[in-house]
Ligand binder design. Sequence first.
Ligand SMILES: NC(=O)C1=CN([C@@H]2O[C@H](COP(=O)(O)OP(=O)(O)OC[C@H]3O[C@@H](n4cnc5c(N)ncnc54)[C@H](O)[C@@H]3O)[C@@H](O)[C@H]2O)C=CC1
Ligand SMILES: CC(C)c1ccc(C(=O)O)c(O)c1O
Length: 276
Amino acid sequence: MKKLEGKVALVTGSGRGIGRSVALKLAGDGARVVVNDLDAGPAEEVVAEIRAAGGEAVACVGSVTAVDFAERFVKTAVDNFGGIDIIVNNAGYTWDNVIQKMSDEQWYAIIDCHLTAPFRILRAAQPVISALAKQEAAEGRVVNRKVVNISSIAAGGNAGQANYSSAKAGILGMTKSLSKEWGRYNVNVNAVAFGHIDTRMTQALAGDASKTVSIEGREIKVGIQPAAIAASNQLCPLGRPGTPDEAAGSVYLFCIPESNFVSGQVLVCGGGFGNV
Ligand SMILES: NC(=O)C1=CN([C@@H]2O[C@H](COP(=O)(O)OP(=O)(O)OC[C@H]3O[C@@H](n4cnc5c(N)ncnc54)[C@H](O)[C@@H]3O)[C@@H](O)[C@H]2O)C=CC1
Ligand SMILES: CC(C)c1ccc(C(=O)O)c(O)c1O
């Protein structure tokens, strides 16, 4: 018996990187997944991958920052799969600069994506979750649901990331508050704070090359200089970045029944480096 058989999981930013690995991992253990990404192609590919492996998935394409996104995301889960069991707030990117060079646009774009969007998604999910919990209580059943918010070791502070570290610290506060509000619905609300995971966002740049990705019409610089990666590896007891599959493994721990009495906690997944 698969541990997540029949569960309905919503994973933002799951067209690539860590989110993609989370979607595949949850689906591989029986969950039906709503795959979200800003980019339709990668989202549809993950849906196809899950279906090809015998699983169930549907795409909900669009930016988590769109004002109507949260309601659409929740509706997609309810219309296609009849409920919500797991929410992983993962979508994101970095847009770094030292504070004197950080524009309001840059500040709000990152706060909106990493903090306001998860808030709206969880707010939109509340009526569905409370109704299901009420129905289950009337039937004498206890069903644990799971929220996993994705944070970063940058929540502890990182030069050049005032916007990102504020958002990633903020979501830890939201995680702890919601764990107290939603215990009554049997929802475990936890966070995973990643250290360096090897993805598009943190890809190694060749030489002094710079790379950009297009996020909502903006060309955003991504990638890390090899010297910074070497320094990060040196600080990390395991001496290397994590893989997206390893990152997904730590999210999975908060999604399975074995963690049913763990709530309001932050798991650092950083190869031994970092605390928040
Ligand atoms: N890679 C790393 O070292 C670390 C990553 N994280 C966090 O992990 C999460 C996933 O990042 P990665 O997998 O590394 O990046 P990635 O770039 O490989 O994947 C992120 C995905 O999110 C999507 N996305 C970005 N903005 C979106 C939006 N507004 N709406 C919907 N989808 C959106 C992108 O299109 C992309 O497919 C992010 O929240 C990031 O901040 C945290 C700590 C370290
Ligand atoms: C590799 C560097 C140190 C690093 C690690 C983690 C993040 C993150 O939390 O997003 C970064 O943005 C990094 O640049």
